[in-house]
Design a protein around this ligand. Sequence first.
Ligand code: ADP
Ligand code: MG
Length: 393
Amino acid sequence: MPRYLTLDDLNVSERTVLVRSDLNVPLEDGEVADDFRIRMALPTIQRLREAGAKVVVCSHLGRPKGADPAFSMAPVAARMSELAGFEVRALGAVVGDEVQQAVSDAGPGDVLVLENTRFEPGETKNDPDLADRLASLADVFVQDAFGSVHRAHASTVGVAERIRSAAGPLLVAELESLGRFLGAPERPYVVVLGGAKVSDKLGVIENLLPKVDTMLVGGGMCFTLLAARGYEVGSSLVEEDQVDSVRSLLDGPHGDRIRLPSDVVVADAFAEDAAPRIVAADEIPADMMGLDIGPETAESFSEVIRGAQSVFWNGPMGVFEWENFRAGTEAVAKAMAECGGFTAVGGGDSAAALRMLGMEDRVSHLSTGGGAGLELLEGKELPGVAVLERWAS
Ligand code: ADP
Ligand code: MG
């Protein structure tokens, strides 16, 4: 029994299909700075279009507080048109009379993009009225936004409760690839965590630790763990209020699975041109901050990764955007490429780092999702996927 319908189960010819894509891309000066998620979303849209559907695409973009032109989908639609070679028209609103009219005026094969769903305050509250209005736009709904299915929003859950809904091909591919880490992944199973969002990811450590053989922690988040070990971490990124709970994790039954840096690259300022200096992890000067893992750590982390059968990596090992603090991330990326097992990378910045290093094709799976992938690995239910099950019976 399939858990959800797929495009193979839908007849979309001459019908209106609402697609929830993940078009949450970084913008710079009003233009798309990185089109990875757009390129990944397009094949589904193209397939629906070729099947004769009228395609209405929606997505959130960034975290605007209400309608804000700086977060408009217009530049995204423009980039979609360029990449796809057919017209993708941005509508000026998420719902409303003008949107209804534009959708009914469109014909088979037309592709319309709604405005940023987070311009509607009801989106993140999964407001029933907004969900009704989104559902009224289409005959069927296709959920293809893997990066958003861990959120119960109007455009991920509300709409799927109301009209016949299927999982899109990108979502299916993500669930199948990352599903390899669930149940009985091939061992050794290693998770590599880094990045800046410390408090977001501390819960992840707790939930993943019982499942993995080794957890390698670098990036900004490692300093909260080093602080919990009693080390002086200078002016590095630390979540003071998390130190106690991290300490109980480190002292807990699986604490020895966590591997922390033995050396770090420090600087006296958070700046691109700050002079890098390598110090032992327990000798960080009080006026310095850690901006990358050190070379000894990079080598030992790489060894663990190369020896693994399943590796999931989320979060850069350092401030990879700056050359002086990129070596740790680069070493981990190389080790992922050399690993003979199943390797997956998730997270917007982690994916950007891989591409910057020209290594996006060197891992088994490059995920479009960050938080959603981590929640999947943690064994949590993804509300945007669970809601699809009702249509499969
Ligand atoms: P992802 O998008 O892959 O989930 P995050 O958004 O959590 O990753 O973190 C990425 C950011 O973390 C990068 O911009 C990087 O510069 C930053 N970062 C990594 N290491 C450090 C550090 N030691 N101090 C401050 N920022 C860091
Ligand atoms: Mg990020």
